[in-house]
Design a protein around this ligand. Structure first.
Ligand code: DC
Length: 224
């Protein structure tokens, strides 16, 4: 009999804290980690590097077939992202690349092309999957689902802080505006929009520290 792989999905908008929280929980549990946003971001970068029009769905799908995107844990415990063997992590963090990812993510065939790649991450002892459609589309049968959000203002401040810490030039007002624009696109696209899955636990992290949310999610796993 095949053993059921435990999966925790954490969906939510940009700046909700899902990246930090998913990473932290995967480390605490010793589970695998899927950062699906980085897959879309790396594909966007690959399109630019290959001079592919980001509005050309067929060309993007063809590109998925020939690029190799891998996540590798570095010696310092950080996650590296390799695009055809080249380290691109530092190129992924900007809001421009976030917008690029959000634009190519509207295409049905692009999402389908990335579906099996994402599902291939499920492995024992478990998986933490972070994104927009993890609980609704990619892992609908996941045992544990969380929808994490925060006010647009708070999310903007967090993203701004992250960008500045990474040495990326940013302006708070522009960051909040970009986030709102991206939310709008991600929530209103026809294919796999960002939704709260029916069976997800809804957490608003506006007034919560990361540790507090991590504990809340770990309790959820313990008590289910
Ligand atoms: O999580 P992130 O900010 O790195 O994601 C970047 C963009 O990629 C996001 O605005 C929309 C898209 N995305 C998606 O459509 N589905 C996912 N599961 C993850 C990201």
């Amino acid at each position: 009999m095949t053993q059921l792989i435990p999966i925790l999905t954490i969906d939510g908008p940009s700046g909700s804290g899902k990246g930090s929280i998913s990473k932290c929980i995967s480390e605490k549990l010793g589970w695998h980690y899927l950062d699906s946003g980085s897959l879309y971001r790396a594909l966007g970068i690959a399109a630019i590097k290959n001079n592919i029009d980001i509005n050309n769905e067929a060309a993007l799908v063809e590109l998925i077939g020939r690029v190799n995107i891998e996540f590798k844990r570095t010696e310092k415990g950080h996650w590296g992202v390799l695009l055809n063997g080249e380290e691109v992590r530092s190129q992924l963090a900007t809001e421009e690349v976030g917008q690029l990812a959000s634009k190519i993510a509207v295409f049905e065939k692009v999402r389908q092309g990335l579906l099996a790649k994402q599902q291939a991450y499920q492995a024992m002892p478990g998986l933490v999957a972070d994104g927009r459609d993890m609980g609704s589309v990619v892992f609908p049968n996941a045992a544990y689902k969380v929808y994490l959000t925060a006010s647009a203002d708070e999310r903007g401040k967090r993203r701004y802080k992250q960008l500045i810490e990474k040495g990326i030039n940013a302006n708070l007002r522009d960051v909040v505006q970009d986030i709102e624009q991206r939310d709008e696109r991600d929530k209103n696209r026809a294919m796999s929009p960002l939704v709260v899955p029916n069976d997800a636990v809804y957490i608003d992290s506006s007034d919560k520290a990361i540790d507090e949310v991590v504990q809340q999610v770990l309790n959820l796993l313990k008590n289910k």
